[in-house]
Design a protein around this ligand. Structure first.
Ligand SMILES: Nc1nc2c(ncn2[C@@H]2O[C@H](COP(=O)(O)OP(=O)(O)O)[C@@H](O)[C@H]2O)c(=O)[nH]1
Ligand SMILES: [Mg+2]
Length: 323
C-alpha cells in the first residue's frame, strides 16, 4: 500500500481518507503528493476527477485497516505461530479454498471478505485439483515490515457471525521472538501476540522427522514456552502440519510433553494438504475443516489468579482494600 498522503495512518488515495475528506480537498493529501506526480495526475484525472473509493483495497490488510472491521463487529484474530516453511501459508490458503468450494464445517456459511485479492494471492498457487495434489504458495518474506499482512473471512455460524482475521506472518519473526521477547526483529510477533484471540502453534512434521529434527524441536519448545507465558487463558492449538509425513513416537511424545508443560491447556490437530492414504479425494487435504470448526468456536478460559500463601502480600491486600 503506497501512501500519497502525509497524514499519519492515512493511505489515501488507495483507500478512504482517515479525516473523512475527499482526498483532493484534504490539505494533508496535497502536501503528501510529490509535485511531479501531482501535476501528472491532475492532467490525467481531469475527466475522472472524483473516483469512488472504498475503505479497503482487497489485498491483505495492515493494522491501520483493522478499525474499519472492528467497528462493524467483534473480530477474531488468529495467529499461526511457527518456523519458516512449516506450512502456515498453505494452511491459510487451504481454509480459503475449502470455504470457497463449499467444504465447510456444518452450518457455517461464507459471509464475505474484504481481502479477496489477498486470499487469491496466497491460494492461487495451492491449485488443488481433483486429479493432482497441491502445488504450494510462494515464501512469505520477512521484508522490512513490523506488522503482518492480515486476511479477512466473515463466516456465519449457527451461533453468530465470526469476522475471522488471520495473520500470515513470516516464520523468522517467531524464531526471534521465541528466543528473546524484546527482540527488534521479533516486533511483528510481539504485536500479534498482544492482540491475538486464538493461537495455532505449528509443529512441522516434515522438519521434526528430518535431519535437523533436534534443532527444530528446540526451536518449537522455545516457541511453546514463549506462547505459554503470553497466552493468559487464550485458546491454543498445537497443529501438526504435513501430517502425511510420519514423526517418530519418541519425538511426538517429547513435543507433547513440552506443550503440556508450557501451555497446560491446549487442543491438538493434524493437518495435511495431501489426502489420507487410500482416500480418493485429492482436493481437500486432511483435518483442515475440523481445525477451522474449532477456531470458530474457541473461547478463552478465565485465568484463576495464583493463590499465594504469603503473609506480607495478604497484609498489603488488606491495606489496599481500606486505602
Ligand atoms: N508433504 C507436505 N508438504 C507440505 C504441506 N504443506 C506445505 N508443505 C511444504 O512446505 C513448504 C512451505 O510451506 P508454506 O506454506 O510456504 O510454509 P510457511 O513458510 O510456514 O508459510 C511448501 O512449499 C511445501 O513444500 C503438506 O501438507 N504436506
Ligand atoms: Mg508463509
Amino acid at each position: 500500500m503506497s501512501s500519497g498522503c502525509s497524514h499519519r495512518g492515512c493511505y489515501a488515495p488507495s483507500m478512504t481518507c482517515v479525516r473523512g475528506e475527499v482526498p483532493e480537498d484534504c490539505p494533508h493529501f496535497a502536501k503528501g503528493a510529490a509535485p511531479d506526480d501531482a501535476e501528472v495526475s491532475a492532467k490525467d484525472d481531469a475527466s475522472a476527477e472524483r473516483q469512488l473509493r472504498f475503505p479497503w483495497t482487497g489485498n491483505a490488510m495492515g493494522p491501520a485497516d483493522l478499525p474499519y472491521l472492528a467497528g462493524a463487529s467483534k473480530l477474531k484474530l488468529l495467529t499461526l505461530a511457527g518456523a519458516s516453511d512449516a506450512g502456515k501459508t498453505s494452511l491459510l490458503a487451504a481454509f480459503y479454498l475449502l470455504v470457497a468450494r463449499g467444504i465447510r464445517p456444518d452450518g457455517v456459511e461464507f459471509a464475505g471478505s474484504v481481502t479477496l485479492e489477498g486470499w487469491e494471492n496466497i491460494a492461487g498457487s495451492l491449485r488443488w485439483t481433483s486429479a493432482s495434489g497441491p502445488t504450494f504458495p510462494p515464501h512469505t518474506s520477512t521484508g522490512s515490515g513490523r506488522y503482518p499482512g492480515m486476511l479477512h473471512l466473515a463466516l456465519e455460524t449457527p451461533q453468530s457471525r465470526c469476522e475471522l482475521v488471520a495473520a500470515d506472518a513470516p516464520g523468522e519473526w517467531f524464531s526471534y521472538w521465541a528466543s528473546n521477547q524484546a527482540s527488534p526483529q521479533g516486533a511483528g510477533a510481539r504485536w500479534l501476540s498482544e492482540r491475538t484471540d486464538v493461537f495455532l502453534v505449528i509443529a512441522d512434521s516434515q522438519a521434526l522427522a528430518g535431519p535437523d529434527r533436534g534443532q527444530t524441536r528446540v526451536a518449537l519448545s522455545n516457541l511453546l514456552r514463549r506462547i505459554g507465558t503470553e497466552a493468559a487463558g487464550r485458546p491454543i492449538a498445537l497443529v501438526w502440519t504435513k501430517c502425511d509425513v510420519t514423526v517418530s513416537p519418541e519425538m511426538e511424545a517429547r513435543i507433547k510433553d513440552a506443550a503440556q508443560r508450557s501451555l497446560g491447556h491446549f487442543r491438538e490437530f493434524r493437518v495435511s494438504m495431501l489426502p489420507a492414504q487410500g482416500e480418493e479425494a485429492r482436493n481437500r487435504g486432511q483435518g483442515i475443516v475440523e481445525l477451522l470448526q474449532w477456531i470458530l468456536s474457541a473461547k478463552p478460559t478465565p485465568v484463576v489468579p495464583e493463590v499465594r500463601d504469603d503473609a506480607s502480600r495478604a497484609l498489603f491486600q488488606a491495606f489496599g482494600a481500606f486505602a
